[in-house]
Design a protein around this ligand. Structure first.
Ligand code: UD1
Ligand code: MG
Length: 455
């Protein structure tokens, strides 16, 4: 039978150093809350259930932790912050449901790799009672040190409690500890708080297990996977690592990036093959880009579907609800919101398209504006297939431009235009022969009089 595993995710920290009005774990990396990165990794590693230890913003944290995964998340509250050992015991009733393995994760360390979690769970299956994920720290100050003897882990010593000799060890506790679900409560209950911080240290579980002749081991994971977030500066560092990984993943899957360092991705950005992304492009949540599309420089996309072979930008903004069909073009300084743009349609310059449906092959001239908002409600603009909207036209919604219709430049269109009709909705031009010269002469005479008066 497959092993069962409970993840206890600690997310009850005060996070005062974030200087934030909301819980630290609700801050995002790749547009996904920190806590969701952790629960997603747990789910990907095959964990069966999550016990979430929460403090502030309990409801929002639980919701963020549960979104996008199909394993149950049960929240338990830790009202007093008495240390990691105390925090894990808050989940006592859930642990008591009976699991083969319990793995403790931190809600503020979002870079954990499901592969490392699986490796720890596998070690448990191989007979280790306690498995600690460690890392070699460039600067171990502040971390718990992993003290090994003959290949076995004998203790974790917190920095504040460590001797000078122990502090020289660079193998550190990453915070992810896996242990037997059957022994869990008895081990956790044995933890005391007789230490430099007066806290119940989860890390004491190693010495307690050893005293009971249980086997403890440490396995090594990359330092970056263990990065925790305590300040906004650390949040930015974590974002950098996450972005670099996401970009690498996209490139390995067939996306070309000319200057990957300037491209920002979301956790849910999806690309087809042979997509090119030019420098300085921002992907907000919910963007899908079809095969062969090109995203030119300085474009900003959010909640948008870009069809195969479509071209965006430079300097284009696609807002939520944008759906571009194959080969559609959205050019410079265009904003598209909640609109469908048909196959091969062109919206090339200085245009706002909001709440609209544009048919295949339509050509939207420079400076076209869909006037979708009347101050109270939003209205739909429908632009038919193969139609042509002349430059600098305002389409006052609700409005329908028929298939194959033409709209003359500079029109303010307030009535529907039938199929194949030409609409011109602007004042008729009048030319007054010689009138410009008369005006010019008058101005010159006026200037001469003014200059004479001065002298
Ligand atoms: C902990 C480890 C240390 C390890 C380090 C890695 C202990 C005693 N020490 O130290 O060995 O090297 O992490 O980053 O475990 N939390 C709660 N409730 C509490 C206390 C903590 O929810 O009562 C949460 C925090 O929000 C945080 C996590 O547990 O997400 C770790 O707590 P923190 O105070 O950061 O532990 P460290 O001192 O960094
Ligand atoms: Mg910490």
């Amino acid at each position: 039978m497959a092993r069962t595993c409970l993840a206890v995710v600690l997310a009850a920290g005060d996070a005062t150093r974030m200087k934030s009005s909301k819980s630290k774990v609700l801050h995002t990396v790749g547009n996904l809350p920190l806590i969701a990165h952790v629960t997603h990794a747990a789910a990907a590693a095959g964990v069966d259930k999550v016990a979430l230890v929460v403090g502030r913003d309990a409801e929002a944290v639980t919701k963020a932790a549960s979104n996008g995964i199909d394993i149950p998340v049960s929240a338990v509250e830790q009202t007093e912050r008495k240390g990691t050992g105390h925090a894990v015991l808050m989940a006592r009733d859930i642990i008591a449901e009976g699991f083969d393995d319990v793995v403790v994760l931190y809600g503020d360390a979002p870079l954990i790799d499901p592969g490392s979690l699986k490796a720890a769970i596998t070690e448990r299956g191989n007979g280790a009672d306690v498995v600690v994920l460690g890392f070699r720290a460039a600067d171990p100050t502040g971390y718990g040190r992993l003290i090994e003897r003959d290949g076995a882990l004998v203790a974790i010593r917190e920095h504040k409690d460590a001797t000078a000799e122990e502090r020289a060890i660079d193998f550190c506790n990453g915070g992810i500890i896996t242990f037997s679900g059957r022994e869990a409560i008895s081990l956790l209950e044995a933890i005391g708080n007789d230490n430099a911080k007066g806290e119940f240290y989860l890390t004491d579980i190693v010495e307690i297990a050893r005293a009971r002749d249980l086997k403890c081991v440490a396995i090594e994971a990359p330092e970056a996977d263990m990065m925790g977030c305590n300040t906004r500066a650390e949040l930015a560092d974590i974002e950098q690592v996450w972005q670099a990984r996401a970009r690498h993943g996209a490139m390995m899957a067939g996306v070309s990036m000319i200057d990957p360092g300037s491209v920002f991705l979301s956790h849910d950005t999806k690309f087809g093959t042979d997509v090119t992304v030019e420098p300085n492009v921002w992907f907000g949540p919910g963007v899908t880009v079809g095969a062969g599309a090109t995203i030119h420089a300085f474009s900003h996309l959010e909640g948008a579907v870009v069809g195969e072979g479509a071209m965006i930008g430079p300097f284009a903004r696609l807002r939520p609800g944008t759906e571009l069909a194959e080969r559609a073009k959205v050019g410079n300084f265009c904003e598209i919101k909640k609109a469908k743009v048909g196959a091969g349609a062109k919206v090339n310059h200085l245009t706002y398209i909001g709440d609209a449906v544009i048919g295949a092959g339509a050509n939207i001239g420079a400076g076209t504006i869909t006037c979708n908002y009347d101050g109270l409600n939003k209205h739909l603009t429908e632009i038919g297939e193969g139609s042509f909207i002349g430059s600098n036209s305002s389409l006052v919604a609700p409005i329908k431009i028929g298939n194959g219709a033409y709209v003359g430049s500079g029109s303010v269109v307030t009535e529907d235009v039938p199929e194949d009709a030409l609409a011109i909705a602007r004042a008729r031009q009048e030319n007054k022969p010689g009138r410009a010269r008369v005006l010019r002469d008058k101005i010159a005479a006026f200037k001469a009089r003014k200059n004479n008066a001065k002298t």
